[in-house]
Write a protein that binds this ligand. Structure first.
Ligand SMILES: *Cc1c(COP(=O)(O)O)cnc(C)c1O
Length: 219
């Protein structure tokens, strides 16, 4: 894998309006630095401990995105530095993020994860639940957390039609919610295998891991 070539390829291929989040989970710091030297500044991780270790060791102008499922008791570890949390799926979690952001005298941007895939294994909430959160009094009172968009993961399948219809559904939910909540501006959808479809369907943020850094080894 030529990581810096891959970064350059994606940067030139993606429309300017689409942000590239380089998903670096399980990868060593040298690999992230290769991407960094090719100009990449947004990295995504799915484990808070691993992300925090990398944040401590790597250049401070990196934007760290948490893309995985978040346990409430670990929010405090990333609250000092995380720039976007992609997979918020409850008001309780949002409350905890607000509390920890306040302790750090900052505000943290978040996305709500909408379940669009068929598989039970995927996390997320319904469009209705997301609307309830945004319309709640509790959320209106939170001064240290801001929901700036939605995130979704399509079913893991070769059936392009299905993937496209799931992304189209998420885009329609996003557009509809944006009428009432103009703060929503980011739509995080698309991974190595399906990012082209996602971009076609209106993604503003793609999360690409293995086609930049190579296959992951989970030993
Ligand atoms: C690992 C991961 C990705 C990247 O997946 P690839 O198929 O390697 O591009 C994207 N989004 C989330 C939420 C992930 O956990």
């Amino acid at each position: 894998m030529d990581i810096s070539e891959n970064i350059k390829k994606y940067k030139s291929e993606l429309p300017e309006s689409v942000k590239l989040v380089a998903i670096s989970k399980t990868k060593p710091n040298e690999d992230l630095m290769q991407a960094y030297r090719a100009g990449q500044r947004i990295f995504g991780e799915n484990k808070i401990q691993e992300m925090t270790d990398k944040w401590e060791e790597l250049p401070k102008d990196i934007e760290w995105h948490m893309v995985g499922h978040v346990q409430r008791n670990k929010v405090k570890y990333m609250a000092p530095y995380v720039s976007l949390i992609h997979a918020v799926d409850s008001l309780k979690l949002l409350k905890e993020i607000n509390k920890r952001a306040k302790q750090n005298e900052r505000s943290i941007d978040c996305l709500l994860q909408i379940k669009i895939a068929e598989e039970d294994s995927k996390f997320g909430i319904s469009a209705e639940e997301a609307k309830e959160i945004l319309n709640s009094e509790a959320y209106a009172k939170m001064d240290h957390v801001k929901v700036i968009g939605l995130m979704g993961m399509a079913t893991f399948t070769d059936d392009e039609k299905q993937v496209r219809s799931e992304f189209e559904y998420l885009k329609s939910v996003f557009d509809q919610m944006r009428d009432q909540h103009p703060d929503l501006k980011e739509l995080s959808m698309g991974m190595s295998g399906d990012y082209q479809i996602a971009v076609d369907c209106g993604s503003s943020m793609v999360r690409i891991g293995s086609s930049i850094f190579g296959a992951r080894n989970y030993n």
